[in-house]
Design a protein around this ligand. Structure first.
Ligand code: NI
Length: 390
């Protein structure tokens, strides 16, 4: 791994990653992080940089050929509201906030890619996109809205993944992440004394029926060969043990890997909740909030990414995802507008435990920094050269 990145760059990004990890910041509050990233990019000398979406930073690394197509590489930079329990020497000093999804590594490896591309440029310019607020699903859309990526012809990004060891990379065409929509159902009924249920239109019993019925969407509406998730994650109703309340709310998340199933889930949640509420003498109002769409890597950019991984690490480094990933990733918003490839980068040393992301113990092995930086830089070079030749 050591030969992937020159010593000076390695020292820069290891120090940067530890610093960001120790001072995690939540979505759209990444001010200290953005300053640290800008400082690390300034070490490149005069580099064109702009602030986008509040706490985002986009740096433009010059290519060798004026007018050649522009490629982007993206690293997300925000942390999660979790109390860290990794025991790392550079563990979070911010109580209740932690880099539990590896975005500290993503930010640092994007800066590493900037350094590598400055030393050995791509054909066209490469935009290094340091994106805020991935965890809330808002950052990518805000970066796009800024217009900073308007001239980008291809975009690449990656996520650390402790299911894979350092040196393994997933760069396949097809499904990489699911849509992540949310719903909230408000039930309006009629409260009553807990001893006189016949005088009520009971939202608690109705909510229970709706929770059960929603399970039949995946079991009885979705083709069994198609991945889908309906999770009810919250129920709120009532405040006293002898009172039937007059309202209840329930909410949750919907996951799908294709647009048709995504639409079906939303439609069925609305229909079932409204229909069951009516049958129980209540009214339901279902509000669906779209999150990131699914990520489906197209063929051509995935080929470029694999070519880059192979040239750096050999063909054996490329591994299949091996699962259907039902988590969402807001990189999907870029890919609605710009072709690209989203990769998974191994982040566990051999013999270490597979620690799930979004848990207090999660951290990516430091060595994954070098792989991510080198792979993003080389993918940008391969894509840029291919696009310039088209
Ligand atoms: Ni993440």
């Amino acid at each position: 791994m050591d030969s992937l990145v020159p010593d000076a760059v390695r020292r820069t990004i290891v120090a940067l990653r530890r610093d960001i990890h120790q001072h995690p910041e939540l979505a759209f509050a990444e001010s200290r992080t953005a300053n640290a990233l800008e400082r690390a990019l300034s070490a490149l000398g005069p580099v064109s940089m702009q602030r986008v979406a509040g706490t985002g930073v986009v740096a433009r690394i010059k290519g060798t050929t004026t007018g050649a197509p522009v490629v982007a590489v993206r690293g997300d930079i925000d942390a999660l509201p979790i109390q860290e329990a990794t025991g790392l020497p550079f563990a979070s000093v911010n109580a209740g906030v932690m880099h539990a999804c590896g975005h500290d590594v993503h930010a640092a490896w994007a800066v590493g890619a900037a350094h590598l591309l400055a030393a050995r440029p791509a054909a066209g310019d490469v935009l290094v996109v340091l994106q805020p607020a991935e965890e809330t699903g808002e950052g990518a859309a805000a970066v796009l809205k800024s217009g900073a990526l308007d001239d980008v012809a291809a975009i690449f990004g990656a996520h650390v993944d402790r299911r894979f060891t350092v040196g393994q990379v997933v760069a396949q065409a097809g499904s990489l992440a699911a849509s992540a929509d949310t719903f909230e159902i408000r039930l309006a009924g009629r409260g009553a004394h807990g001893a006189r249920p016949h005088e009520s239109a009971d939202p608690v019993v109705c909510a229970a029926a709706i929770v059960s019925a929603l399970q039949t969407i995946v079991a009885r509406r979705v083709n069994p060969a198609t991945p889908a998730v309906v999770t009810v994650a919250t129920i709120h109703a009532g405040s006293a043990l002898n009172v039937i309340p007059d309202s209840a709310t329930l909410g949750g998340t919907l996951r799908a890997v294709d647009p048709q199933t995504r639409e079906l889930l939303a439609r069925e949640v609305r229909q079932l909740s409204e229909g069951i509420a009516a049958a129980y003498g209540l009214t339901a109002t279902a509000q669906l909030t779209p999150g990131p769409p699914p990520i489906v890597n197209p063929e051509q950019p995935s080929t470029w990414a694999r070519q880059a991984v192979e040239s750096l690490l050999g063909a054996e480094a490329i591994v299949p995802l091996g699962i259907t990933n039902m988590a969402g990733e807001d990189f999907a918003y870029y890919m609605e507008r710009i072709p690209g490839c989203f990769m998974r980068v191994g982040a566990r040393l051999p013999g270490e435990a597979v620690i799930p992301a979004h848990t207090p113990q999660f951290h990516a092995a430091e060595e994954s920094l070098l792989v991510g930086a080198a792979v993003l830089a080389e993918t940008a070079r391969v894509a840029s050269m291919a696009l310039a030749a088209q």
